[in-house]
Design a protein around this ligand. Structure first.
Ligand SMILES: Nc1ncnc2c1ncn2[C@@H]1O[C@H](COP(=O)(O)OP(=O)(O)OP(=O)(O)O)[C@@H](O)[C@H]1O
Ligand SMILES: [Mg+2]
Length: 400
């Protein structure tokens, strides 16, 4: 698996929902497995939260989740802040990290108490950084920086500076999907169609763009879709008055040419399958920096789930993928790397998340079991290091 696709190389979260302290290395493809309520979606949400807070506002991202008191971890000694740190690699090869801490105030108010970003250009040792603390910003740059606003992330203002722009762009080009067949069936007004929306509703526009600008990607989507949904031979955007919708080309017995079926008449599994394939393979202009998908196996036949893992492996060569799953069929593939699995468990409401423990790795290495079999037996557990990390009281997330 290529490293070029990796955007976030390591994630460290403190007191975000059920994540008390986690420190997780992440590769090009990360499949999170673990019991219901163990914290898989919370882990993905820490990424989505950051993207939301940068594209809208911190206030909006918090309100969307019920306010700061729902986002910071609930526990006996209810911590009054949460902090997230992402170590990253950008498309141009530069590396660095972005970290911020949000503190709760009385009356559900909040403020950013710490924030820092470091960018080390490729092939140099000296980075450029900013650090916000106590309402003041300091920087290694010569130029003057904009003023700090307490309830906003400074990276938004810093995106006007050339060095920090790619960091902002990468964090705001993550896509998180919760595909809805009902939304995909609805005819849609035309849309720029460069990035698939969370519910998949602008799928017709995205397909239209792929057809024009990236037909080879559309061909891959159709290759996989034919395997997922036998009989389907193609898919295209079509006009419905001033709106647009999707048309499927399907083989029908006794007919030489495929018939065209409107999205309204297609099965939930076919629509979801198409949405997932487009979400992971999309490359209109630049591909997303990272794609998160919850339980892609939903509504798919087990054989189709097996095909999905091949599509995920292919897509992870150009886009980093974070996937949650309960499907042994998804983990059945013999080619699945042990490093692609992140095991999640919860102990008294505190999440542990990390790479597989030694027992799991050895069982996979020696081909005693497949990861799918181990998931069925509930034998996929996080490593000792991950367990130790989750017990820490303080994670060191800021260093500038
Ligand atoms: N602010 C918070 N503090 C502590 N725990 C929280 C907080 N918010 C949510 N949780 C806990 O997180 C858990 C849900 O985690 P999450 O949704 O990530 O589970 P999951 O692993 O995705 O489960 P599933 O497989 O069912 O989707 C719940 O048990 C909930 O109590
Ligand atoms: Mg979940």
């Amino acid at each position: 698996m290529s490293d070029d696709a990796i955007f976030v190389t390591r994630a460290r979260f403190s007191n975000f929902k059920s994540l008390k302290a986690c420190d997780v290395p992440i590769g090009a493809l990360a499949i999170l497995v673990g019991p219901n309520g163990s914290g898989k979606s919370n882990f993905l949400d820490a990424f989505r939260f950051t993207g939301d807070a940068l594209t809208t506002t911190l206030d909006h991202a918090l309100r969307d989740r019920g306010g700061i008191n729902e986002v910071r971890r609930r526990s006996g000694g209810h911590p009054n802040n949460f902090a997230l740190r992402f170590d990253f690699r950008l498309a141009d090869g530069s590396t660095g990290h972005y970290a911020y801490k949000v503190g709760a105030m009385k009356d559900s108010g909040f403020h950013v108490t710490d924030e820092e970003c470091l960018v080390v250009p490729n092939a140099t040792n000296t980075g450029v950084s900013f650090r916000v603390k106590g309402g003041k910003v300091s920087t290694t740059l010569e130029e003057r920086l904009p003023a700090v606003v307490e309830d906003r992330l400074f990276l938004v203002s810093a995106s006007n500076i050339a060095t920090f722009r790619p960091v902002f762009d990468a964090f705001t080009r993550m896509g998180f999907y919760n595909l809805s067949p009902a939304a995909i069936r609805q005819p849609q007004p035309p849309d720029p169609g460069t990035l698939l929306r969370r519910d998949g509703s602008n799928l017709p526009s995205v397909l239209g763009h792929l057809e024009k600008q990236n037909p080879s990607v559309l061909a891959r989507v159709v290759d996989y879709l034919r395997l997922v949904s036998p009989g389907v031979e193609g898919v295209s955007k079509t006009a419905a008055g001033s709106m647009e919708t999707i048309e499927f080309h399907q083989r029908v017995s006794g007919q030489q040419r495929p018939w065209r079926f409107a999205a309204t008449n297609m099965s939930d599994g076919t629509l979801r399958g198409l949405g997932i394939l487009v979400a992971i393979l999309q490359a209109n202009g630049r591909p997303p920096s990272l794609v998160g998908i919850e339980e892609p196996e939903v509504a798919l036949h087990p054989a189709a789930v097996g095909i999905l893992i091949d599509a995920l492996a292919e897509a992870s060569r150009h886009t980093q993928l974070l996937v949650t799953s309960h499907s042994p069929d998804l983990l059945e593939s013999e080619t699945l790397d042990a490093d692609s699995i992140l095991a999640v468990l919860s102990d008294q409401g505190v999440t542990t998340i990390g790479p597989l423990d030694i027992v799991g790795r050895e069982a996979l290495r020696d081909r005693l079991f497949t990861a799918g079999e181990m998931l069925r037996m509930n034998q996929l557990a996080p490593s000792q290091e991950a367990l130790t990390a989750s017990k820490q009281e303080q994670l060191r997330l800021f260093e500038l």
